[in-house]
Design a protein around this ligand. Structure first.
Ligand code: AMP
Ligand code: MG
Length: 504
């Protein structure tokens, strides 16, 4: 891709004797050339380092001091290419709102390379907003700083909530406009992911009838993410099975914290089962199963309660791409795919129910638990109760906190009586139960109105104090801290956020 910025790309020249920034080993770049486009990021005029994620830096086995150097800032801005990096933009396709687009690809993201973290897991290091690529179509290849900070906040909050997710290692302000609304200030996010391979990556090759690439891709994913599948009689069936399991668990976890992804296109469905692509995502305040925030989701396709169904739909698209690998006989391949896909509902249901039991402080299983949980949700919907606050307020021994959250306390009282009858059949004492409940029902989530306030301070007033404080709050979501009590509160009526935009 032509570099028309007039700037020369610099290869990293750290002072001699210093270790390289990242210990890259780039397995995806060793796949055939038709899997990606090789190109360097496009430099920006005035890079300014905004944030380094020190905890993640250590997790990756990197030296936090070194990431804070001016040279490192240039790498994180895309003005310098780190030693050992083999920058590539990945090719992929995808169904967007149900319509198939045979070529999407990284239009503004560049994978710098892969590192093996301290736990031995391979992680992608990617710059998002790093300039145009052959997949940019009409886009500028850039990201606006606001959405970059938003992704940083929400992805790190998700990680702290124990939900599989891509992570945010750093953000840089570019000093230039960027993103679809080109008047906004630009930013670059350094995103860390178990993988950037998506359902859409498989669809890219399937749509081209490139069976050889499909097999190479599937083998790569098995080797990297599901090595135990290799020992199965049909490793591709095992691959499908494992991806279904991860996605079923992921979507259950989203529902259990009130998370709405907002743009569950197949190109945003990670093959490793992480939450990826924080665009118009948001947490639900008031419990309403049909909640939609995204300004472009007119039909409510990606509404809160629709997410399991969409996840299943996306996995069906994944299964279709695997058909030629599952069996040489088309009918047999279809039967295998359908049989495997049919496990989704049971797995999702089991994950949701297990999580609901934990939220309600139940250690044992009873056939009536589903109905018990549902009647609480129904009462919450009726009362327009805040999802996060209500679960946190539940206390085996006291109604003081939960009862006032219901406009019609009689409904809550009736439910609480049933709940206590059920708890009476449980083996644990109240203190153990309360502690267990508090370890799964968060106090703090990235509430939309808070996110908006923090971004406004950062972007409009260059004040990053609120951003830093918000990250501190969200890093320990289950631990009540008096000084941060306000962060647990839903938006006042005049600050409710009803719409989010696809900026990232
Ligand atoms: P997303 O909505 O972030 O999942 O992006 C969908 C597709 O649009 C991907 O192929 C992106 O790379 C591409 N895209 C989004 N924004 C831009 C941009 N500013 N410049 C170029 N491509 C973009
Ligand atoms: Mg995407």
């Amino acid at each position: 891709m032509a570099n028309d910025t007039g700037l020369t790309f610099l290869r990293e020249a750290l002072p001699s004797g210093s270790a390289p920034l990242f210990g890259f080993d780039n397995s995806y770049a060793r796949l055939p050339e038709r899997f990606y486009a090789r190109l360097d990021p496009t430099p920006v005029s005035a890079p300014r380092l905004i944030k380094i994620n020190e905890a993640l830096t250590r997790e990756l086995g990197l030296d936090p001091g070194m990431l804070a150097t001016p040279q490192a800032a240039e790498v994180l801005a895309g003005n310098r290419v780190a030693g050992g990096s083999e920058p590539i933009a990945l090719a992929y396709a995808g169904h967007q709102f149900g319509n198939f687009v045979p070529q999407l690809g990284d239009g503004r993201a560049i994978l710098l390379g892969e590192v093996v973290d301290r736990a031995g897991a391979r992680r992608d290091i990617q710059l998002k907003g790093a300039g145009p690529t052959p997949f940019s179509r009409r886009g500028d290849g850039r990201a606006a700083l606001g959405p970059v900070l938003r992704e940083y906040i929400v992805s790190e909050a998700m990680a702290a909530l124990g939900i599989p997710t891509t992570r945010s290692l750093a953000t840089v302000a570019t000093g230039e406009p960027g993103g679809r609304e080109t008047v906004l200030p630009g930013g670059v996010l350094t995103r860390v992911a178990a993988t950037h391979i998506r359902v859409g990556t498989f669809q890219f090759f399937a749509a081209r009838g490139d069976g050889e690439a499909l097999r190479l891709l599937a083998d790569h994913v098995v080797a990297r993410h599901y090595p135990d599948a290799r020992d199965e009689e049909n490793p591709y069936r095992a691959l499908f099975d494992r991806v279904i399991a991860r996605q079923a668990e992921l979507v259950a976890k989203w529902l259990l914290v009130g998370f709405i992804h907002g743009v569950m296109n197949t190109d945003n469905c990670s093959i490793a089962g992480e939450t990826i692509d924080y665009g118009p995502c948001a947490f639900m305040d008031t419990y309403k199963p049909d909640t939609v925030f995204s300004s472009i989701d007119h039909g409510g396709r990606y509404a809160y309660a629709n997410q399991p169904r969409i996840c299943h739909w996306n996995l069906a698209r994944f299964g279709e791409t695997l058909l030629p690998l599952l069996d040489d006989d088309t009918d047999k391949a279809l039967a295998i795919a359908n049989e495997t896909l049919a496990t989704f509902q049971g797995r999702y249901g089991a994950a949701l129910m297990a999580g609901m039991r934990r939220k309600l402080g139940l250690f044992t299983e009873d056939d009536g638990d589903g109905a018990l949980a549902q009647s609480l949700l129904d009462a919450m919907a009726e009362a327009q109760a805040d999802f996060t606050k209500t679960f946190r307020a539940l206390d085996p021994e006291s109604d003081d906190k939960a009862r006032p959250l219901f406009a019609e306390p009689a409904e809550y009282d009736a439910w609480a009586a049933r709940w206590r009858q059920r708890l009476a059949r449980e083996p644990h004492d109240a203190a153990t139960r309360r502690a267990a409940m508090q370890s799964v029902n968060p106090v703090y989530i990235p509430r939309n109105h808070r996110v908006e306030t923090v971004l406004a301070s950062a972007i409009e007033r260059d004040d990053y104090g609120p951003f830093e404080e918000f990250l501190t709050v969200l890093a320990r979501p289950f631990e009540e801290r008096a000084e941060f009590a306000d962060y647990a509160e839903p938006a006042p009526a005049d600050q409710c956020v009803y719409r989010t935009f696809c900026g990232t």
